[in-house]
Design a protein around this ligand. Structure first.
Ligand code: CTP
Length: 405
């Protein structure tokens, strides 16, 4: 039922997987969605517009400048009409255009004009997919909030084996069902504060100690919560990410600054997610000017460190009524350590992950997590994209909030 009445613009580009778009259109229509198809000129080399027009029940958009001049602003009308624009398959060429914001064909123009979420499913030869340029373009789009459907690994049209296959129809449909699954508005009226990213601890005006946290997990949670209608405050350490739409972002650098920003906003929050990798120690006496080599002995330099305030623990002690969620990054005795943190910091849930596990590395777009709850339950999750994990974390927090568990 999730797709009934939904307006979906399906973009099709020049990839051998374009033939699968016919099956996709047929299935979408069968489930009650209204589908308009837009194709690039290269897509027409792989599948005919007539096929997709017949299956969607409407003309396919091909031209930037339609013969019928009354349709001059077609892309604006279609952009406003759409609830979702899905480009499946998206070729390396169209990916590059999207990343650059180019608008030299009907599909690329429409992708720039839409106000609805944009979802893309890359499908191409493995070498093109893993190429640094393609990966860079994907990173740019991901940071811009575009939903990326990861290609599957397998045998490709070229006979080579590797990532680059468009996922099969059931997988694509499952992703669309989850997208339209009605979570929007479920956090309306709720305030959520999220910490994200690393902190930097200066030991002189030009040097600091830090860590590899990318901030992606916290930004995904903030974005998903905003989509669900929450009032979101995102306290971010130094990261190269743009704030999700509708989120109030407060940039901080050190653990102390992060602590101060969180405490300043804590009173008004219903829920907290502490996903930041906060430094536990900071130089006790940072130098006012750059430390020169000559001022140290041959034996090196000894820095005295002091503890930083623990934000999660302080919140746990102060605000027992809010839903407080922490993260635990552990490389050994994972369960035991995470349970200790859950208890000592009075959290309602801890998201445990090990950055040494495949798929859960620093800076990646996926994670494998186990959720531990204050009542002793635990839930092992499969490998999920950080966006999907954000959704699961918020689902569980919503339950904790309503049941008080
Ligand atoms: N945390 C925090 N303030 C700190 C340190 C950690 O709010 N000064 C939060 C993190 O955001 C995370 C949780 O506490 O949600 C656990 O962080 P982690 O670094 O794994 O644990 P620590 O308690 O610092 O213990 P250790 O580093 O010894 O594992």
């Amino acid at each position: 039922m999730a797709l009934r009445g939904k307006h979906i613009v399906l973009g099709v580009t020049g990839s051998i997987a374009a033939y699968k778009s016919a099956l996709l259109v047929r299935e979408l229509v069968k489930e009650g969605a209204e589908v308009r198809v837009v194709m690039t000129p290269s897509a027409c080399e792989f599948i005919t517009p007539l096929t997709l027009a017949t299956l969607s029940g409407d003309d396919v958009v091909l031209d930037m400048f339609p013969q019928d001049r009354s349709k001059g602003t077609w892309h604006i009308h279609l952009a406003l009409w759409a609830d979702l624009m899905l480009i499946a398959p998206v070729s390396a060429n169209t990916l590059a255009k999207l990343a650059q914001g180019m608008a030299d064909n009907a599909l690329a123009s429409l992708a720039l004009a839409v106000r609805c979420p944009l979802m893309i499913a890359p499908a191409m030869d493995t070498d093109m997919y893993v190429h640094a340029a393609t990966q860079h373009n994907l990173g740019v789009l991901r940071n811009r909030g575009v939903h990326i459907i990861e290609p599957e690994s397998g045998e490709l049209a070229s006979g080579l084996t590797g990532p680059g296959r468009l996922p099969d129809l059931p997988v694509l449909m499952d992703i669309l069902h989850r997208h339209f699954d009605d979570t929007s508005g479920t956090l309306t009226g709720v305030s959520l504060l999220v910490t994200a990213g690393p902190t930097r601890e200066a030991f002189d005006p030009v040097r600091y100690s830090g860590n590899h946290s990318s901030g992606k997990m916290g930004f995904a949670i903030a974005g998903e919560a905003a989509c669900r209608g929450a009032r979101v405050t995102l306290v971010a350490g130094p990261v190269h990410l743009s704030a999700p739409a509708g989120v109030e972002r407060i940039d901080v650098v050190s653990a102390q600054e992060m602590y101060d920003a969180v405490m300043q906003h804590a009173e008004t929050q219903d829920m907290f997610v502490m996903s930041a990798a906060v430094a536990d120690f900071t130089p006790a006496e940072p130098a006012d000017s750059k430390i020169k080599k000559d001022s140290t002995t041959d034996a090196g330099l000894t820095l005295r460190l002091k503890r930083t305030p623990d934000i999660l623990r302080t919140l746990g002690e102060r605000s027992r009524n809010s839903v407080l969620v922490g993260f635990a990054l552990e490389t050994d005795n994972e369960h035991e350590n995470a349970l200790r943190k859950l208890k000592e910091k009075h959290a309602r849930m801890i998201v445990l992950n090990n950055p040494l596990t495949e798929g859960a590395a620093f800076g990646g777009d996926s994670n494998i997590a186990t959720l531990l709850f204050a009542d002793g339950r635990s839930e092992e999750l499969p490998l999920l994209s950080k966006n999907d994990l954000a959704g699961v974390i918020l689902d569980r927090m919503q339950v904790l909030r309503t049941t008080g568990g």
